[in-house]
Design a protein around this ligand. Structure first.
Ligand SMILES: *Cc1c(COP(=O)(O)O)cnc(C)c1O
Length: 377
């Protein structure tokens, strides 16, 4: 098989999505499945839909177009503000977009009018994380302006946390989002169908028994794909943490000195600390590098450690039997490693449909063994 490659276990993804959809349904919250990390893969989209998500979201219009071409039959939402230069493509392919600028919403309305469509708009509110969003004090004026535009429909409001400032959801910011929804409804006599509270970082809050107020939707990507909570990167109980793995191939395996020699300056990607010990080490080189993956986001198999990487080479050390040339090594990935690998044209994506072995799923976080994917034979 091609290397390097991302192996995606669709059975495990389905289990993760289904579990979160069911847990959130008990709190009256629907799930928008976020497909951007795997570049709008129609196969992933279908698995998320069969697991019960209410719609799909992606930050890139290109990915939404890929899903449309792949005949994904579901509401498709652009979850990053459209660019002014792309409003035509957005109204043509996306049912809804998340917005924070009136000039862009006006352009969406005009483009939707030309295309004889109505485009749904969700207004994003800034709740302190300082990424996208309208300041709460300006929200009613913005809603008033949007309600005057002929070819857009104000579907709701939303927020995004824990992406730039690391601010998580709590009773204060989520309570504010709920009361802002009430306030728009009272002021303008409209109904807001959607109050989208945030991303995977909101899960712990939403399932904690806290009062979820008007929040009736979350947009989930990382928690479904990697089974972890982005606020602390802890595994989420009952989800597979290893649905996606990265496989790379050995191209050199040698014993070499631990320390470089000669006149030492900067390396291709910054500086490297001089190893403390002098001696010799099994050093294995894999054909994958910074251009394909975030090496710091790789979880090496037990007994192996990532020593470093350059653009095209990943250098690992192994304690046990050293790998041989041609052998494949399998890594766990964090979100950063996943998005870069999924985007690299040099990394193929292999979807496997193996049914997830529920009997092997650890029941509690404590019982869960540390995540060390097995090496391929
Ligand atoms: C990426 C993104 C999400 C999904 O975030 P995860 O942490 O992967 O769940 C949700 N909303 C917006 C606006 C995003 O950009």
């Amino acid at each position: 098989m091609n290397a390097p490659r991302l192996e995606v276990d669709l059975g495990k993804i389905h289990h993760n999505a289904r579990t979160l959809v069911e847990r959130l349904a008990e709190r009256g919250i629907t799930v928008t499945g976020v497909t951007k990390a795997l570049c709008g893969s129609p196969a992933i989209a279908e698995v998320l839909l069969s697991a019960g998500v209410s719609g799909l979201g992606d930050s890139r219009i290109e990915n939404i177009e890929i899903m449309r071409r792949g005949h994904v039959a579901a509401p498709l939402h652009l979850i990053r503000s459209p660019m002014l230069s792309q409003v035509g493509r957005v109204v043509a392919q996306a049912d809804r977009s998340l917005n924070s600028e009136l000039s862009i919403i006006e352009a969406l309305s005009e483009a939707a009018g030309k295309a004889k469509r109505v485009h749904e708009v969700v207004l994003m509110v800034e709740l302190g994380d300082l990424r996208e969003g309208i300041m709460p004090a300006d929200l009613n004026a913005m809603a008033a302006a949007v309600l005057c535009l002929p070819h857009v429909r104000l579907s709701g409001i939303g927020a995004n946390l824990a992406c730039h400032g690391g601010v998580g959801p709590d009773a204060t910011n989520m309570g504010l989002l709920s009361s802002l929804a009430d306030s728009i409804e009272t002021a303008f006599g409209v109904h807001l169908a959607v109050v989208s509270g945030g991303n995977s970082a909101n899960l712990h809050w939403a399932l904690s028994g806290a009062d979820t107020g008007r929040i009736n939707n979350l947009r989930l990507g990382e928690s479904i794909l990697l089974g972890c909570n982005p606020l602390n990167r802890e595994p989420i109980e009952g989800l597979w943490p290893d649905a996606i793995t990265l496989v790379a191939e050995v191209i050199e395996a040698r014993v070499k000195p631990t320390r470089p020699w000669g006149t030492v300056g900067q390396t291709a990607f910054g500086t490297v600390a001089m190893p403390a010990t002098e001696g010799h080490l099994h050093r294995t080189i894999l054909a994958i590098g910074h251009q394909d993956v975030d090496p710091s986001g790789l979880d090496a198999p037990r007994g192996m450690a990532v020593l470093g990487a350059s653009g095209d080479h990943l250098i690992i050390h192994s304690d046990g039997v050293p790998p041989v040339v041609g052998e494949e090594i399998r890594f766990g990935v964090n979100y950063s490693a996943l998005v870069r690998a999924a985007t690299s044209p040099f990394v193929s994506k292999v979807m496997t449909a193996g049914p997830a072995r529920l009997d092997r799923l650890p029941l509690t976080d404590k019982a869960r063994p540390a995540f060390h994917p097995a090496r391929l034979p």
